[in-house]
Design a protein around this ligand. Structure first.
Ligand code: NAP
Length: 298
């Protein structure tokens, strides 16, 4: 969709549409596997506690599995479960031949170490791409299962024909699940020149203004204002923050890091929030689950 605003036009990167196209492609591959008598991908989801947002994310993942014909298993545990017991369940899923991929929904209760739990997951079933092995495999010649959110961003860029080679990509936010692996993927697969900014970066606007491609994953609505963006830049907003306020019809709204209204007229391409990167993360999970299945059961 191209929108005319003042003197500039920008292309809205429609993650909903791209993710729906990819789901159709996955569903066709699943149907073909079924016809050939091959194993149907099976995703297991472990949910600890009853956090409302986590429940919504998990419901969406289950819905996505159903929409492409995957098998799925939901495993719920009370937030009082010990780390040791949760590890035992993970061992069980690791050794369950019928499960091709699984995820442990984050966040976990404070008494459980995310790092210990993540590292317990077999890397060839780690369809979120969170383990050290999969993180490191980004820079190998044959990555195993790519971290889901950056994978989704790279796929969006690819499907919109956005060239990254030789471009200056500035990534704002350096977390383990978003900014850090994204910067590695932009370097390795995208052949971009990458700058990573974080909380301690001095003079953030000086960096963002030099970006041909600006990607932000911080979780601070309005962090990226129009004066921080170069004319014609490509802007990818991963930030997803629930903001409350009487001005929103539902009493709340989901906001990205970018001041969309004022930044969009300066951009050449831009992702909305919601409807940009978010739907791509779930689709990456499906792509990884399909890949994990194909690797184990060609
Ligand atoms: P996180 O672990 O809190 O990481 C935030 C990163 O931003 C950190 O690297 C932090 O720096 C940096 N940061 C904080 N304040 C900053 C500032 N003022 N300027 C520059 N950098 C700053 O969060 P996350 O898990 O990566 O998530 C980030 C956002 O992306 C959240 O809104 C989250 O909901 C969203 N997200 C969306 C998806 C999706 O599928 N759409 C997936 C993942 C994340 P330090 O490292 O120095 O603390």
């Amino acid at each position: 969709m191209t929108q005319d605003l003042q003197t500039t036009t920008y292309t809205l990167i429609d993650g909903k549409k791209v993710s729906s196209d990819i789901k159709d492609e996955i569903a066709a591959k699943v149907a073909e596997r079924k016809q050939l008598g091959k194993k149907i991908p099976h995703l297991a989801i472990i949910l600890v506690g009853d956090d409302g947002a986590s429940q919504t994310y998990v419901d969406n993942k289950v819905k996505a599995c159903k929409s492409v014909g995957f098998h799925y298993t939901m495993m719920r545990f009370a937030d009082t479960i010990s780390e040791e017991r949760l590890m035992k369940h993970i061992d069980h899923v690791n050794n369950d031949d019928d499960v091709d991929g699984f995820i442990v929904q984050l966040p976990l209760p404070a008494h459980i170490s995310v790092e210990n739990i993540t590292e317990k997951i077999r890397s060839d079933k780690d369809v979120d791409g969170f383990t050290n092995h999969n993180f490191g495999s980004i820079i190998s010649k044959s990555p195993l299962l790519l971290p889901a959110t950056p994978y989704g961003v790279m796929e969006l860029l690819r499907r919109y024909g956005i060239e990254t080679e030789g471009k200056h990509a500035v990534v704002v936010g350096a977390s383990r699940i978003a900014g850090a692996p994204l910067s590695m993927m932009l370097t390795e697969q995208g052949r971009a020149t990458v700058t990573i900014c974080h909380k301690f970066t001095k003079d953030l606007p000086a960096y963002t203004r030099s970006a041909d491609i600006l990607l932000t994953a911080v979780g601070k609505p309005g962090l990226i204002t129009a004066d921080m963006v170069k004319e014609g830049a490509i802007v990818i907003d991963i930030g997803t923050t629930r903001v409350e306020g009487p001005e929103y019809p539902k009493g709340w709204a989901i906001k990205g890091d970018v001041d969309f209204k004022n930044v969009a007229p300066k951009a050449s391409y831009i992702t909305p929030v919601p409807g940009g990167v978010g739907p791509m993360t779930i689709v990456s999970l499906l792509l990884n689950t399909l890949r994990a299945t194909e690797l184990r059961h060609p």
